[in-house]
Design a binder for this molecule. Sequence first.
Ligand code: NAD
Ligand code: MG
Length: 341
Amino acid sequence: MEAKTYYNADADLKFLHDKTVAILGYGSQGHAHALNLKDSGVNVVVGLREDSSSRAKAKNEGLKVYSTAEAAQKGDIVMVLIPDQYQADVYEQEIKPNLSDGNALAFAHGFNIHFDQIQPDTNVDVFMIAPKSPGHLVRRVYKKGSGTPCLIAVDQDYTGTAKGTALAYAKAIGGTRAGVLETTFKEETETDLFGEQAILCGGVSELVKQGFEVLTEAGYQPEIAYFECLHELKLIVDLMYEGGIERMYYSVSDTAEYGGLTRGAEVVDEVNKERMKEVLKRVQNGAFANDWIKENEDGIPKLKELRSQLGDHQIEKVGKQLRSMMEGILEEESEVDEAAE
Ligand code: NAD
Ligand code: MG
């Protein structure tokens, strides 16, 4: 492997002995980190807003809950797991005044540090532990004795032990059981933004919508187009996830394989690749970050408009009806998925 990778033997929980880890936020990542750390014997506190609906949940799960500021004050390591767009404000108001010399400020995504929305004082460590799974899986696989691969990066090493502490944290949430890959805040942030924009969220959705439009505009029934362009995507993605693109092509019919291999590159060609490079450039030069920060300052008007446009698209309306017919199988499948995990 090219990326430097760490396993259990490379990480030592001693870096967390006598330390308190403050987990700020109790959403997808927050609950998983807090519970895994606790089960690994680490002293954990959770920081939440006074009015947060997650307070009762965290308490019921045996965690000590404080206000965000109190938790930041108690924590030697402060892990920020609130939504990225609120982190800078919360940092200024509630975290920064409560960080002491030699504390560590930790993140699960690099956006705010990389784009200088948070500029920590020089007398703290700054690192990232980014699990490559949603939180419920980080928790579920930990309980079964395995782990989720994580990315690790150190942006600021004031104490000289930032990497040891970061690796210990990764071990305590189960990451080193699977493997922890070394990266930088820059690489993690830029690749994450590019991936979600060009492929995962943006690119795939547009491909699906346009395929649906081509079929319906040619006179085919929207329900049939929905199945072909959206519903069946899951099967294909599951095969790729399991065994790559070759595994997918091995499992589909020879007709699908030949048609896909010859026609796919006609649809998504060099022109698309050049556009992807443009998207990457705007991620790298900060234009996207500035756009998104300004959008938040303005109260997300464009995002609201785009959400409503998407809701009006025929594929979403047809999808709602068809999925209500499929409630039975969708439920069944998610139970099978859970059993498989
Ligand atoms: P989430 O939306 O699931 O949870 C956010 C939590 O923060 C909630 O408990 C919410 O109540 C709390 N919160 C919201 N606004 C707040 C505020 N102003 N002050 C204090 N608390 C507030 O978020 P998440 O998906 O767990 O993301 C947390 C971090 O983890 C982000 O940096 C994200 O990029 C990163 N991350 C997420 C995933 C994922 O799969 N969800 C994977 C890797 C990294
Ligand atoms: Mg910086």
